[in-house]
Unconditional design. Structure first.
Length: 114
């Protein structure tokens, strides 16, 4: 990651969403159990001394804008399948909001503090 920074000397942290920062930054993606895919949060330790853009021009030039949500699915997942999945998820959400649902309280999510 440091090779992708415009000023590589700055300290940074990487973390999974809602988790503590990763401690083994020298580990491979496989060793850190981040493969085949993971979403990582990037945070600068000294943000007041390092201003955007944080990444090199070469890395920024590789960025792509996704024009529609079906492009966000991994390769090999067909667009028709992605659309069907999105429709199915929408139907599930509508069914969950239906007044016919059971009004029993849900247990708190596992990640919520007890």
């Amino acid at each position: 990651m440091s090779e992708c920074l415009r000023e590589p000397a700055h300290a940074f942290e990487l973390s999974l969403p809602r988790c503590k920062p990763l401690t083994e930054l020298e580990a491979s993606l496989e060793e850190a159990e981040l493969a085949p895919a993971a979403l990582l949060n990037f945070r600068l330790s000294d943000a007041e001394h390092f201003h955007p853009p944080y990444l090199t021009a070469e890395v920024l030039g590789q960025g792509q804008t996704l024009s529609d949500a079906t492009q966000a699915y991994p390769q090999g997942f067909g667009a028709a399948d992605a659309q069907q999945l999105a429709l199915a998820r929408g139907a599930e959400l509508l069914a969950a909001r239906s007044p016919q649902r059971n009004d029993e309280p849900r247990p708190p999510p596992r990640w919520a503090p007890q």
